[in-house]
Design a protein around this ligand. Sequence first.
Ligand code: AMP
Ligand code: ZN
Length: 117
Amino acid sequence: MAGEPQDDCLFCKIVEGHVPATIVRETESTVAFRDINPQAPVHILVIPKVHYANAAALATAEPTVAADVLREAQAVADEEKLESYRLVFNTGPGAGQTVFHAHAHILGGRGMQWPPG
Ligand code: AMP
Ligand code: ZN
């Protein structure tokens, strides 16, 4: 489901201010906040304010907002002075998605391995 805030969605609660988060940037359509369990020295999530289950749903339904998420990811990287960073959209439980509200992980501040685990 998309559009309305979902009662059982942690990231909708962060957007609404009902769950605290360390917000680093906010626009009309997006929020960026620090991951509670960082996997790199810099680990920030960028989410659309509107609920979509994953990046694919977001890109299909709201391509303008999907572009806003990408633009905000670069803005976060600039603010954090990351010359290189990894941008990850885990999509589906098999890929490690645990929160089903679209989000981009920005990971930086250390070397990265490829292929990822
Ligand atoms: P994913 O596993 O791709 O769905 O990513 C979900 C991310 O949300 C994980 O990296 C979690 O550490 C992070 N996370 C879970 N709860 C919170 C929270 N309350 N505030 C910030 N990040 C969170
Ligand atoms: Zn949500």
